[in-house]
Design a protein around this ligand. Structure first.
Ligand code: GDP
Length: 202
């Protein structure tokens, strides 16, 4: 089957309350990660559209669930980043409740893309998110972003290390190198999305 075209992806809406999400049908793939990990850049690179997803320097949308339509059925979902240093505890608490609510209740969710800076992978917050998603039965695909910041051999080594550390999770979890700058891994990431979205059709 031909791959979905991502270049026609459009911004749909941003919501704070789960009640404002679009109808729970079709397929969604959600992106999450610590702030500054390169999540927005990854979404833009995968869609092939600069500025589709605002980067973390843009206030506002980063605190909401942002939805993008790939076509009539499939959506990309940009979840709020975690680990902002200067956000009050009660705000963080509300975000995590929203994120957990979304991940727990959204039937059309096909999988979660967890974005981690290759130089600082598997922080506690990442590990908690990972363990929680797997326990909820949500497949997770990890992008080790900014791979251009390391030599290829070092990047490969880091990926092996991460895979080894997460081996207990088995097949529900996959890991790849990714760089919005060098374009490494964009096709591989699209392949994963394709797999998840097509499962939806079966
Ligand atoms: P977000 O907070 O996770 O959405 O992260 P952003 O996408 O806004 O990126 C955070 C910073 O990392 C920005 O300064 C980006 O230019 C930079 N960045 C993102 N992806 C890459 C990458 O693949 N390579 C390099 N070298 N820098 C990147």
């Amino acid at each position: 089957m031909a791959q979905r075209s991502y270049t026609k992806t459009t911004y749909l809406k941003s919501v704070v309350d789960l009640a404002d999400l679009p109808e729970d049908s079709g397929g969604e793939v959600a992106f999450i990660g610590r702030s500054n990990a390169g999540k927005s850049s990854a979404i833009n690179s995968i869609a092939g559209i600069k500025g589709l997803c605002r980067t973390s320097k843009t206030p506002g949308r980063t605190q909401m669930i942002n939805l993008f339509c790939i076509n009539d059925q499939d959506r990309l979902v940009d979840l709020p980043g975690y680990g902002y240093a200067r956000v009050p505890r009660h705000v963080m608490q509300r975000w995590s409740e929203t994120i957990e609510g979304y991940l727990e209740s959204r039937h059309c969710l096909r999988g979660l893309v967890l974005v981690m800076d290759i130089r600082h992978p598997l922080k506690d917050s990442d590990q908690n998110m990972l363990a929680w998603c797997v326990s909820c039965g949500i497949p997770v695909h990890i992008l080790l972003t900014k791979s251009d910041k390391l030599k290829y051999s070092q990047a490969k080594q880091m990926m092996q290390k991460v895979k080894h550390q997460l081996r207990e999770y088995g097949d529900v979890l996959s890991v790849q190198l990714f760089s919005s700058l060098s374009k490494e891994g964009i096709e591989e990431a699209k392949g994963k999305l394709e797999q998840w979205y097509s499962n939806n059709m079966e």
